[in-house]
Design a protein around this ligand. Structure first.
Ligand code: SF4
Length: 192
């Protein structure tokens, strides 16, 4: 796991619990979380513990991003199934793969994770296509409802300005969401 954050509103409908997996084989220029890419980084977590945190959070659902979540499909399936054994939890997954690539996979866990996912945001981040819209990094990424759960909300995808939120903790300040290129530039030029 790369990180977790409760009470997130910038990564999908409602108030959500967010999980970022560790490890990604892509090298998208402008990647906003390069620290999540090394396959040997992050923290090992017990899926049972993480599932309990998600269930106890009381949030509408969990948003899973990365890193590349589908590299850890089996563990994520276990986490989702354990959380859903406690209560009804909606699942959104961000992936750098396209749905078609995932459907062509011969990894059974990839298909299982797709079957547990309510809304898939697919496609790699393309910096030049970062249009500053909600719930996405760039306009090539699609919001694909895989169940009825978020079908209505999926229409709001990319229809509003992007938002980011800040969480202050003992380890510092964490920004969640995808800032527009302009906002990112302003952050880079800020003096603290
Ligand atoms: S898929 Fe995501 S985590 Fe991986 S390199 Fe691209 S932007 Fe970074």
């Amino acid at each position: 796991m790369y990180d977790v954050q409760d009470c997130v509103t910038a990564l999908g409908p409602g108030v959500r619990f967010a999980v970022w997996t560790q490890g990604c084989l892509r090298r998208c220029p402008g990647c906003m979380s390069p620290q999540s890419r090394p396959l040997d980084g992050g923290t090992l977590v017990d899926t049972r513990e993480l599932a309990a945190r998600i269930a106890e959070s009381g949030r509408e659902g969990v948003t899973i991003s990365g890193g590349e979540p589908f590299l850890q499909a089996a563990a994520l399936c276990e986490m989702i199934e354990l959380a859903r054994a406690e209560r009804d939890v909606g699942v959104i997954v961000y992936t750098g793969c396209t749905l078609e690539e995932l459907q062509a996979s011969d990894d059974e866990a990839v298909h299982r994770l797709l079957s547990l996912c309510d809304l898939l945001i697919d496609g790699a981040y393309v910096e030049a296509l970062n249009d500053g819209k909600n719930w996405r990094g760039s306009s090539n990424q699609r919001a694909i409802p895989l169940t009825q759960r978020y079908r209505a909300q999926a229409a709001e995808y990319g229809a509003k300005p992007a938002s980011v939120e800040f969480f202050f903790g003992e380890e510092g300040v964490r920004m969640v969401g995808v800032p527009s290129r302009e906002l990112l530039e302003r952050f880079r030029n800020m003096k603290f």
